[in-house]
Design a binder for this molecule. Structure first.
Ligand code: ATP
Ligand code: MG
Length: 146
């Protein structure tokens, strides 16, 4: 049974797609969604979805967190619009893989639903490093959405 589902969201199109799959699953199973964002300094210019735009490469930690807050507000709204009533958002500092694994364990979630890729710019990769590591190391079911 899926009672709670963790959805890590980095602001990418892939994570947005994963959220949509997680919403379908949550609706069917009556599960709660926990949306998790870890602010990350990127080495390249990138566009965040939900109309948020690009994050400056010289952005401070505060600016990164503010952009993350916007991403999470839009993601939460998207989940509510999809009909999910139990949605929680979290922004946590740290290494993305470590934080996702720790949070999944701490909250004892039944599944992690994440994108196969994220904001990384190595276009040839089939799967990103965070998805790869979480898929191998998590104790619970991991669904990577392509
Ligand atoms: P890489 O980071 O290895 O260059 P990538 O960015 O293309 O590659 P991943 O980082 O593995 O791919 O992203 C895959 C999925 O992991 C994302 O769709 C998202 O669900 C989750 N994720 C990655 N980074 C974060 C983050 N900082 N905060 C929340 N979720 C994240
Ligand atoms: Mg990444």
């Amino acid at each position: 049974m899926f009672h709670s589902i963790l959805v890590p969201i980095d602001g990418s199109e892939h994570a947005k797609k994963a959220l949509s799959v997680a919403c379908q699953l949550a609706l069917q199973k009556g599960a709660a969604l926990i949306l998790l964002h870890i602010p990350e300094k990127l080495a390249h210019e990138t566009l965040l979805v939900w109309g948020i735009g690009a994050v400056d490469l010289k952005a401070s930690e505060e600016e990164l967190e503010a952009a993350g807050r916007k991403v999470m507000d839009r993601a939460e709204q998207a989940a509510r619009d999809a009909g999910i009533s139990h949605v929680e958002t979290m922004i946590t500092q740290g290494d993305p893989t470590r934080t996702i694994l720790d949070e999944a364990r701490r909250r004892d979630v039944d599944a992690i639903v994440m994108g196969s890729r994220g904001l990384g710019d190595l276009k040839g990769l089939v799967i990103g490093s965070v998805s790869h590591k979480v898929g191998h190391a998590a104790d619970c079911t991991v669904i990577t959405v392509r």
